[in-house]
Design a protein around this ligand. Sequence first.
Ligand code: VGL
Ligand code: ZN
Length: 198
Amino acid sequence: MKAHLLIDIQNDFMPSGSLAVPGGDEVIPIVNELMPKYDLVVATQDWHPENHGSFAANHPGKSIFEQILLAGLPQTLWPVHCVQNTGGALFAPGLDTRLIDRVFTKGMNPQIDSYSGLYDNGHSASTGMGEWLKSQAVTELQVAGVATDYCVKFTVLDALGEGFDVSLITTACRGVNLQAGDVDRALEEMQAAGCKVM
Ligand code: VGL
Ligand code: ZN
C-alpha cells in the first residue's frame, strides 16, 4: 500500500501566517491533484499548547530564531504558531481535506518539540503514525508539505528509520531557509539517508 503524507499544510505556515514559509500555499493545488492517486492520505498537524517551549514568547529576554536548550535538547525559538484550536493551526484554505484519511497531531508536550510526524525530537514518544501505517500495510510513502528543512526532513528521516520506502515530491514542498542553503542541505541529508527525490 502506498500513502501520501502531507506535512503541516496549516495557515500559520502559509505566506500570511505567523511562521510563514515562502511559497507554502503553492503546494496546495499540487497535493489536491495527487491525493486521489494513493491508497491512503495521512496529514500531520503541528498542534501546540499556548505555553509551548518552542515559542520565543515563552522565554523572556530571548528572540525569535535564537537557539536554546529545551529540556536538554537544542531548540530553535519560533514565533507563536499553530496553537491548538486557533485559526493558525487549521489546514490551509483550499486543501481538499475530504481526501485525508487520518490526521496525526504533534508538538503537544510543552517541554519538547516534534518536527517529525512520527516521534518527538528526543525520540521519546511516538505519535502513533508509524504503527498505524504499518497496521494498514503501508510500505511506501510519498511526502509533500512544509517546511522542507524542518518537519518534512525529520518526518522523512524517521520514516526511513522505520523501514518505509520514502520519496519526496520536491515540487510539492517548500522550506524556511533561515540560513541560505538550508533546503538544499536538507534534500542532501534526506537523499543520503535513502530517500528518493522526485
Ligand atoms: C515547523 C518549525 C516549528 C514545520 C513546525 O512544520 O516545519 N517548523 N514548527
Ligand atoms: Zn511547531
